[in-house]
Design a protein. Structure first.
Length: 89
């Protein structure tokens, strides 16, 4: 991937702890947040960059939403588990 995209993912990884603490321990909210906010972000980014998403667009956005409805809660869970492990040592 290009350097700018790698940097973007690293920066996203730093937000899982403190900035997204509102989602910690709230599984349903994590699923809903991933399902709604990720496709919204992808759609906005595509419009800003004048990129065409797969047609029909709703299928592309639904796919992104379903993936992030799993990925986002998993990231929050992994952060919480890692935080508990480091707190015990």
């Amino acid at each position: 991937p290009p350097l700018w995209l790698t940097c973007l993912w690293v920066l996203f990884g730093t937000t899982v702890g403190y900035p997204l603490r509102f989602f910690h321990g709230r599984l349903a909210l994590c699923v809903a947040g991933g399902f709604v906010f990720a496709p919204t972000s992808y759609f906005g980014g595509a419009r800003l960059a004048d990129v065409t998403l797969v047609e029909p667009v709703w299928v592309a956005l639904l796919s992104v939403g379903l993936v992030w409805a799993v990925v986002f809660p998993t990231l929050i869970y992994l952060y919480s588990v890692n935080k508990q492990k480091t707190a015990k040592t």
